[in-house]
Design a protein around this ligand. Structure first.
Ligand code: UDP
Ligand code: MG
Length: 311
């Protein structure tokens, strides 16, 4: 059996059409399938629309989260309730073309446990978004040591991988794209062009993208902390240099040079310290979140899900 997990947040514009297309593709290549749509606290008619679809087709199931937990939480909810031998994660806005599914399944049948569908182009995105995405991916890849370049959340995961993600990775903060490469099982890539977005604007604001990148970095690598240490050492060396210069001129009876030097160094070092505190703060905040061990999501309603307790 094949499961498709689809997180949806305020997608009432295009969700019905999107699900219909996924159903069409799944029916042609597999007889046993299920679609689990996770309504991530939408404030529009998304849930009602899926319920309508689910009444007509019992293989369509829906989980409604109690509020907007974010895409990562929604995906995790879907993974926990998916029962298929292979699980496909895709967006609800048809930006992840359903007609790639047969190709992904072929790769999976040939023994590959993680199939990534990678965006070939970002025609539709603005230059700013392209650059931001490029920089963030580069930064994460180089600091974290995992290749997340050009990755997207459109993936096929083998049952084994999903079990590991659900049961063996207790962390609260997740960054799926990096996590799957971290696992280290056999992976393969297929490429696609990003389709035009169905419906309205992207749900990601600048801040949510910034937050995603901070999560990606802090949940993956402690390299920023090490960079602080290096910066501290560099500042110390600079300090020695400036101090000996000052002492030298003092001993030679010259006035110590420059108000400007003092102001500049105080400001520079001050900002170094503040930025460093900020970075350390991010990590402490992450530890705080992990220690609280709150659930990743809460379910308020569901359609078609049986035999499992909601967490
Ligand atoms: N999404 C979600 N929760 C959120 C934001 C987005 O479940 O808080 C879903 C959304 O419904 C869509 C997918 O995540 O299915 C990708 O979102 P979007 O298309 O806005 O992002 P982009 O395509 O720009 O990466
Ligand atoms: Mg999208």
């Amino acid at each position: 059996m094949i499961s498709a997990v689809i997180p949806a947040y305020n997608e009432s514009h295009g969700i019905t059409e999107a699900i219909k297309q996924v159903v069409g593709v799944l029916s042609t290549c597999e007889s046993a399938w299920e679609i689990i749509v996770v309504d991530d606290g939408s404030r529009d008619q998304t849930y009602q629309q899926i319920c309508r679809l689910a009444q007509a087709e019992p293989r369509i199931k829906c989980i409604a989260l109690s509020r907007n937990f974010g895409k990562e939480g929604a995906i995790l909810a879907g993974l926990e309730y998916a029962t298929g031998k292979a699980i496909i994660i895709m967006d609800a806005d048809l930006q992840h073309p359903p007609n790639l599914i047969p190709e992904m399944l072929d790769k999976w049948r040939s023994g590959i446990q993680i199939v990534h569908a990678v965006k070939r182009s970002r025609k539709e995105d603005s230059v700013g978004k392209k650059t931001a995405a490029y920089c963030i991916n580069k930064l994460i890849s180089s600091l974290g040591g995992f290749n997340v370049n050009n990755s997207s959340d459109f993936k096929l995961l083998d049952r084994e991988i999903v079990d590991i993600i659900v049961h063996r990775l207790p962390e609260r903060e997740r960054f799926f794209r990096g996590l799957t490469s971290w696992l280290g099982f056999s992976e393969d890539y297929i490429y696609f062009d990003v389709a035009r977005r169905q419906g309205d604007e992207s749900k990601w604001s600048f801040w949510s993208l910034l937050e995603l990148s901070i999560t990606a970095l802090t949940s993956f690598t402690s390299a920023p902390l090490r960079i602080i240490t290096f910066l501290g050492v560099a500042t110390l060396l600079l300090g020695f240099f400036v101090a000996s210069e000052a002492l030298w001129s003092l001993l030679n009876g010259q006035a110590v040079s420059g108000y400007a030097t003092i102001i500049i160094s105080v400001l520079l070092i001050g900002s170094f310290i503040m930025i460093s505190l900020g970075i350390i703060g991010e990590y402490i905040a992450k530890i705080y979140e992990e220690v609280k061990a709150r659930p990743h999501y809460l379910v308020k309603a569901s359609v078609g899900i049986t035999g499992k307790k909601f967490g």
